[in-house]
Design a protein around this ligand. Sequence first.
Ligand code: SF4
Ligand code: SF4
Length: 359
Amino acid sequence: MLTSKMIKEAALAAGADSCGIAPISRMKGAPDVMNPALLFPECKSMIGMVFRIPRGVQRGIEEGTQFYQYPSMAYGGINEILAPSVLYKVGKLIEDEGYEAFTYRNTGARGAVSDMDGSEGATLSPEEQIEVNENAKTSTAHHRSVQFTRATREGNVPPDLQFQFRLAAVACGLGEIGYSKMLLTPEFGPLQRVAFIFTDAELEYDEMYSGEPLCRKCYACVRECPGGCIPHPSTDKVIRVDIDGKICEWGDIDMWRCYAFYTHAGRYYNPFVPKEVFDKNENGALTLLETPGMVGTEDDIMKVYTALQKYFPSWVGYNMAKCGGCIRACVSMLEKKGGCMEKRFKEPLRTGKPWKMDR
Ligand code: SF4
Ligand code: SF4
């Protein structure tokens, strides 16, 4: 008989770092287009798996010496290689017991609503972007939803159904949402990615996390965001969500502004772009990066990307991170001030002041 214990042991043996299992009913508060219970009618259980991000993968950005490892290893490596292989192996175990394993690896930008701002059908699909790039030879918007999707039959939601991974991880008992909107786990703080399997098997379920709060509410993430993208709680821009009785809250991040700073970092944190490019700000393309507090839009991101993409050409299928400031600030704080990462490493992530270019 298939048990939760068997699934968890298989997940850990295959390379996951932790695994939690929830009844799919815990996602009942999600809007239909983001509710994984609607993936298939017999869905009963949701299996969440955590894949740690080695702290050393961010060392290069922390020191300002190497920027490629974090996006290629922590995004490309985990999302494209490690997690799918674990999903595949655990899925085989489930299916060998006669139940279905609907594997769901990390993917973005292909839901019926934008995973950036929740808007419906306002942007092109990734495939259309490739088409436009190849045939029109232009650089286009960074597409965050499928524009022309329609329900395939009555009662279905339009494909592709995407859901909020971090909230699903909370539902599986794997951790809590930090003020920075990152998933924090007791084992790895903010350093992980997650993936899921949905199944018709009924299993023994984990409680949601109820230990010491994992977020210290220190707001180091707010202070250390180079773009000022995470609002301080005093602004009252705080999102609250109820996951089957567990309240999750986080700062209402300006996601488009974060998109720009996460990938291009701005004048003081992007060593690949000459200072003169920021000084010149040709056609106002970098105004978003140069203007504190300016609310970002998709158009602004297009301008930033068009102007700066040539300065760091090595794509890994994912945006090239120049930031991760909120994650590193959080790790540093949780190590130094007490929290789930205390005493995990012999040496702290950070011993001095973080770098900032003088220009
Ligand atoms: S990834 Fe960077 S830009 Fe985005 S919220 Fe975190 S610190 Fe700010
Ligand atoms: S930096 Fe502090 S406030 Fe921000 S998520 Fe981490 S613990 Fe919470």
